[in-house]
Design a protein. Sequence first.
Lengths: 127, 175
Amino acid sequence: MENIILHINPDTPYFPGILFDTNGTCELYGESYMEEPYKFYSPLLDWLKDFGNEKKPLIFNFKLSYFNTSTSRIIIELLEILKVSKSKGGDITINWYYSADDPDMKDEIQDFIEEVGIEIIIIESNK
Amino acid sequence: MKGKEKQNSLITFEGAFSINTLSFFGNYIKNILVLNSITKNKLYKIFFELSQNIAYYSLERQVIDSSGSVGIGSFALREFETYILIETFNSVTKKEGKVIVDYCREINKFTSRQLRDLKACKRRHNESKEAGAHIGLVQVCIYSLNQLEYSLKSINSNKATLKLACKINKNYKIK
């Protein structure tokens, strides 16, 4: 497996920054409202499934400041993959950072927790 | 007769709702408008949900390249004393317009909790991988804590102009 790294490009701010590291740290940051979300996220979902098969510890950090409803469906799929990994005995930690100026984000995280049935550590960030 | 509420026109746009155009206006909302930060966050999110609906679903379209097209429509942001009003306009078939109007009427009856449950249900059961998630309007109501405003104006026997609007209060406080 290889790392997936994508930096935020100010010309295309609708694509998030990505850090998927085979050492077991994953991060999704910035904003996500691209036109074809499945096209963008499919390789990442495949990567997570493959990583899950290796049964190594994983810390997943969500640092998205905005995502549209199309992306939210993919986040559900992503969390489902992590849930499956966890159910197979994987050591999975999910952290979600949100701004105090964005109480709606906290509600969305709670909705993900309820819908998927997975633990997410909610962290208020000053950023 | 009541006097008209004082208002400022902040932004108006008519044209193709390409992702880069929406990104430009989103950036304007985020960095130029002077608003309470919670209000600004809500406006930003609602702007994208409503405008991306036009990009995906407007009947009138502009061909981008061989890969596809983008919806044409218009939007306006107006500032009133206690709220910001966002309005969007796009063409639809009369049949589609009626479906959307009926849907808005139903959504407007729901409490915040019911809207979140509806969103969860739709998210789970929509197997389609097409661009829109069909929950954008529900999400707009959740963010704004206000009812959707809507109207359908006939253009001809087949087409109509759909107007969707939403008020975003200027005095949101953290619960």
